[in-house]
Design a protein around this ligand. Sequence first.
Ligand code: ATP
Ligand code: MG
Length: 552
Amino acid sequence: MSSNETLPSNFIRQIINNDLKQNKNNGKVATRFPPEPNGYLHIGHAKSICLNFGIAAEYQGTCNLRFDDTNPEKESVEYMEAIERDVSWLGFQWHELRHASDYFEQLYDYAVELIQKGLAYVDSSTPEQMRQNRGTLTEPGKESPDRSRSIEENLDLFTRMRAGEFADGQYVLRAKIDMASSNINMRDPVIYRIRRVHHHRTGNQWCVYPMYDYTHCISDAIEGITHSLCTLEFEDHRPLYDWVLDNITIPCHPQQIEFARLQLEYSIVSKRKLNQLVIEKHVGGWDDPRMPTLAGLRRAGVTPAAIRDFCERIGITKKDSWIEMAVLENCIREDLNENAPRAMAVLRPLKLIIDNYPDDKVEALELGNHPQKPELGTRKVEFSKVLYIEQDDFAENPPPKYKRLVEGGEVRLRGAYVIRCNRIVKDENESIIELHCSYDPDTLGKNPEGRKVKGVIHWVSERHSVPAEIRLYDRLFSQPNPDSLDNFLDALNPDSLEILTESRVESSLTDAPPESRFQFERMGYFCLDAIDSTPGKPVFNRTVTLRDTWGK
Ligand code: ATP
Ligand code: MG
């Protein structure tokens, strides 16, 4: 089959199309997404997930989720569970769930095969000696004295390494390739090391663990992967990927193809640094809405569709580049503008009393949930004598062209009446505590006679609205490239979170399920926090502002 005509082409699709023309791999396409379970997935991983699962779906192939779990010190079951949850949430279903640790026995056997062929040896060099003998970009490396060890002796030592006869670090197994290679990765890379650590899946069964480069290519081949897509930094590792597969008896040889990793401005895409933010409590956790993790984006209210759209738009290339944060934010905005129902919330309330409205009267006004989408229906919003409006929507000394409420001026309350402000009440500190207004009963759903009222502001009824906590999240970093600083923490934005505890939201939101997303009219896009909300006090996280206001 050919690539979907509606999708933009990229060099990977072109490679696959060519392979299919030549009936390579019997016309099959199999990919995998291979995270190491040493942290939560971030937006960079989303690019790789969308690519691998997307390619598989497009060519009616398969995509496995494979945990690259060869580094037990840093890995955990919590991370594996989070990764499965996040991949599913993003909208993808793996063909098979695999673990590199499923292949430990086979990996060991292939290492024995390499030793038997004279292509691997047990080395007693210390890490320091290995570093010294590795050479540089301009100088060849030096061969270890152990390089000429006999096959029999290597087999014996490797068996005993596995049996636990040696201390951690006492020996390693190295591939015997070429210490003079211009590619440092080919200078007899270590393929096994002794490490007595409990593994979250294999327990204490193993005290030797295979290295990433050796494990990855064999895992791909075992699974019958056809196209092994990885990021550009692995380009120099491809000769090793191919060397290993060319020198063991395995019927499959996947093609490694590299693409540029996502680098997102005002963000960090390194699990190690994200982990540091969590451990040092610069954020509330891996799922803090400011984190560029999938769990964080989800908690902020970003939809999987917006992330998939973002990954499609940034495309796949071979050249490293930086993506502006505004690109992601615009994908989020477009999606929520289209799909999030509208609601009214007053973030910083100011009391407003309509003196000529009957004390006990309540009108349930019917408001549309979406201005462009009548199919999203309507809801009832109660109107009564005592309301709240946004403090910002009243000005005692209005700046020029101010269109909202002023003393003696009129404004329309969204979906309700035109009101006039007659009197301001202040406390002893000269702060405004309430506004006394009158309403024009003749202006519900129609313009007043003989005068124009331009401003429209939102409101909630005091008696009917619900107290809420609103968390105004902003970018976590105030500089586009935190990684360029000596310490990326210096780029943290001190104003990335403002918590409002006096806010009020309209009553219809009390029944909203966790993670519901709304456009709070005139205030931005918000999501009902699934963790901290309580029945009496919902918590809403700001997903994104209505417009791009960063730096303005
Ligand atoms: P990190 O530095 O955050 O730990 P990693 O590459 O070590 O990233 P892995 O768990 O090994 O993390 O990554 C799983 C897959 O996701 C790999 O194929 C990797 O190439 C890909 N990936 C990781 N970061 C990015 C990124 N920023 N853009 C695109 N793909 C990425
Ligand atoms: Mg890694």
